[in-house]
Ligand binder design. Structure first.
Ligand code: GLU
Length: 320
């Protein structure tokens, strides 16, 4: 009995020594904001944070957060609620220059880090709705994307370009994307807009459940709109990615970009970009949408100025 008590005491003392041993520096939290859980942004922040947590060896605790999307991420990053965020290049431009949501209120402390994948503006319907063109959505239930998403910004642009009145011509919804996916499958809505990288798991999932159609977004007005904006491109949703969609579908697109704020420390920014660029292969392998990420291309589509520490690091690497 005495021996047992001594043994317990020894364990307690040893445990106490470990607990009260040299204090280890607490990891610094980095909050990286993405989008809906079924989208690509959320994948990007999860996989990027995996890299940071693995490579930084306890220096950082990077947390990939789901969220409302581009518009929300700009505001949250600017106000210090997030450290990094994924934001569409067009939303990034609007925010920094004070347009759209930020009319006369430019987000002056917004800073770019790098771009990720390309995204396309999608209008998706079930094959049984009779919707074959953007004009056909009149009179239908159509989800535009949740407030705070970049997708909703693009949906409203498309409606304006086709002369469709949000209030009078359609019954518009503001569901988050995971709910919109289910609502389309269940027949509660007839179509939705979504701006996302391809192949998006969310869309593959719907295409496997029901027959879908991706509607072309292509008109004189669309082409003129894109031509006036350097951060937009005419592109297509490649054929063969989603069940039943064998031909490419014309639309316009943006880039997903990663932003921070001017106040973010040089040390954190340098660590972050060097860890991501130093482990790009791992990011490429993590998800098909990231397969073709190339450093030179990741310097493009950045509408807000680069954070100076990122710029210095890219210059030292010969990327700029
Ligand atoms: N581009 C979308 C947005 O900002 C998000 C797409 C995604 O989550 O992959 O609303």
């Amino acid at each position: 009995m005495r021996r047992l008590r001594l043994a317990i005491l020894a364990i307690a003392v040893a445990g106490g020594l470990v607990l009260s041993g040299a204090p280890t520096r607490a990891a610094q939290d980095l909050l990286f904001g993405g989008g809906a859980v079924t989208g690509v942004y959320f994948k990007a922040v999860l996989y990027a944070c995996n890299i940071v947590n693995k490579v930084s060896d306890g220096k950082y605790n990077c947390i990939g957060r789901p969220g409302l999307g581009s518009v929300f991420n700009v505001n949250a990053v600017s106000r210090g609620l997030l450290d990094f965020g994924v934001v569409q290049s067009d939303v990034n431009f609007q925010a920094f220059t004070g347009q759209g949501e930020w009319e006369n209120k430019p987000v002056e402390n917004l800073r770019s880090l790098f771009s990720l994948h390309s995204e396309t503006v999608l209008l998706i319907t079930r094959a049984d709705t009779g919707i074959n063109s953007v004009d056909d959505i009149r009179g239908h239930d159509v989800n535009l994307g949740n407030p705070g998403s970049g997708a909703r910004v693009n949906a409203e642009q498309v409606l304006a370009l086709y002369g469709i009145d949000v209030e009078k011509d359609i019954r518009s919804g503001g569901l988050q994307q995971n709910e919109a996916n289910q609502a389309l499958i269940d027949g509660k809505i007839e179509a939705f807009f979504y701006t996302v990288g391809n192949p998006a798991f969310a869309i593959e999932d719907i295409a496997d459940a029901v027959d879908i159609r991706i509607i072309p977004i292509d008109s004189e007005a669309v082409r003129a709109f894109v031509a006036e904006r350097p951060y937009l491109v005419l592109t297509e949703v490649p054929g063969g990615l989603y069940r039943g969609v064998d031909q490419g579908v014309p639309t316009f697109g943006v880039k997903a970009t990663v932003v921070t704020r001017a106040e973010m420390s040089d040390e954190v920014v340098t660590d972050f970009v060097s860890m991501i660029f130093g482990n790009l292969d791992e990011l490429r392998e993590s998800y098909p949408v990231f397969e073709n990420l190339e450093p030179a291309e990741m310097m493009r589509g950045l509408s807000a100025p680069l954070h100076p520490a990122a710029q210095a690091w890219y210059q030292a690497q010969g990327l700029l």
